[in-house]
Design a protein around this ligand. Structure first.
Ligand SMILES: [Zn+2]
Length: 449
């Protein structure tokens, strides 16, 4: 599947709310968080107050002391001592505790914002076709099963509509697996074709589903979808078409456990206006998540450690979201439900510190005044550059709400989306501590000078 084409199809044009100029980005509405906030946008935000707040930024550039040692220990703790930290898991809890305690040690008031989610336990899957073991894995968030049944291969919506699937295993491929289907309860953005496929599957109620995909992103990733689902590589389709008896034995060893998880929210200062610095602390299930996003969390923890003794004409809020890589973004939804109207600027950090890459800044819902002020800092900091807006990530939470927002990421991260990110290859080898340190210094510049 061409992920970029899919993204392009989702994007929509957006003009600056202030000057109406083309932001040159086309923004997609993909995530519930983005769309829900968008729906509520334009409520309660006083543009005058935003400008006044932003012009209150003090002049003069302040340079952080070198935070390399601190960054190294945060990255090591998150990626190596803790490791993969999907929302709801014990390791996610450990990462949240670590970040919470680090903020406490800096003397910042810090709280945990609780929400419901599930801990999805994946103990693997097995598939036998013609007594041959076929490599298979559970679809993310799938229910378990242990079934032996006739299978039917289906590649189009039309074929799905005509299929009789009761007591059978549906092997989906081709058109039906060309892109990930939006989770069924994702009402804010959910293309008709996705809804139709999910509705047909639920109506036909196969005993299990196998999706044959060529990339790594599962077609069905939905904790609210209750037909057990496994994933094979599309190279394996011949095994099904050439099977002598048309039957398969599928075992999926998974468990959904209802749990609570938390965002971490720390503050510095007591002013009414707020500048928010955010990064997501969760990962996909099978990755140490160094770039995505131990780097961003470590940067914000180092930033928190640098705040003591500083004075700002606004409150600094540090938010570690917990759910960017979880199917329903529960941490983001919890945060958004109580979103205050006091933000004069939001800075989201995701995927920084990449070796041999500049660090990039992009602007969303920002006035020219804000852009110019931040660009002055960009020009004063080597290794930082401006890029076009990109639409996938937690910065959209604020941007679609009309809060002036900046996204910070590695300029070259986009080439790693389909390869390194969300895989075991997203490890500490990819991080250059000097690049990361420089990014932290830039964060500080954004509010200091
Ligand atoms: Zn991320």
């Amino acid at each position: 599947m061409d992920r970029n084409k899919k993204k392009a199809a989702l994007w929509r044009k957006q003009n600056c709310r202030e000057c109406k100029r083309d932001l040159s980005g086309e923004m997609p509405i993909k995530r519930a968080t983005e769309v829900l906030i968008f729906a509520a946008a334009a409520k309660n935000f006083s543009r005058t107050r935003i400008y006044t707040g932003i012009t209150k930024f003090c002049e003069g550039v302040f340079y952080l002391k070198n935070h390399v040692i601190s960054l190294q220990s945060h990255i090591k703790m998150l990626c190596e001592t803790i490791g993969a930290r999907p929302t709801g898991s014990a390791k996610n809890k450990a990462a949240v505790e670590y970040a919470f305690e680090t903020c406490q040690k800096c003397g910042l008031p810090v709280r945990k914002q609780e929400f419901d989610c599930m801990d999805w336990i994946n103990s693997g899957a097995a598939l036998l076709v013609d007594n041959r073991d076929i490599p298979v894995e559970p679809a993310e968030y799938s229910l378990p099963c242990d079934v032996t049944a006739e299978f039917i291969c289906i590649d189009t919506v039309d074929a799905l509509r005509k299929a009789e699937l009761s007591e059978k295993i549906a092997v989906l491929h081709g058109d039906l697996c060309k892109e990930p289907l939006m989770p069924k309860n994702f009402e804010f953005y959910n293309p008709d074709e996705h809804k139709q496929i999910i509705a047909l599957l639920e109506e036909k109620n196969p005993t299990a589903i196998i999706t044959a995909i060529s990339g790594k992103e599962h077609t069905i990733q939905d904790g609210d979808f209750n037909i057990p689902c496994a994933v094979v590589c599309s190279d394996m389709l011949d095994v099904f078409s050439q099977s002598s008896d048309g039957r398969a034995k599928l075992t999926i060893n998974t468990e959904r456990i209802p749990v609570k998880a938390h965002n971490v929210i720390a503050t510095y200062g007591t002013k009414n206006d707020k500048v928010c610095f955010s990064a997501h602390i969760d990962t996909k299930p099978a990755t140490p998540g160094a770039l995505d996003n131990a780097s961003g969390v470590s940067a914000l923890l180092a930033f928190a450690e640098s705040l003591s003794g500083k004075h700002y004409p606004f409150q600094i809020e540090i938010v570690l979201f917990n759910g960017e890589d979880y199917y329903s973004n529960p941490g983001e939804m919890a945060f958004m439900s109580g979103l205050s109207t006091d933000y004069i600027l939001a800075v989201n950090v995701d995927g920084i510190g990449l070796k041999n890459s500049a660090t990039s800044v992009s602007f969303y819902s920002c006035s020219k005044i804000i852009e110019n002020r931040i660009m002055e800092r960009v020009e004063k900091t080597t290794g930082i550059e401006r890029i076009e807006p990109w639409p996938m990530g937690d910065h959209m939470i604020f941007a679609t709400y009309g809060v002036p927002t900046i996204a910070i990421t590695a300029s070259d991260i986009f080439g790693l989306i389909d390869t390194v990110l969300h895989s075991s290859d997203d490890n500490t080898e990819n991080i250059d501590m000097d690049v990361l340190n420089n990014a932290v210094r830039f964060l500080s510049c954004c509010v200091n000078g």
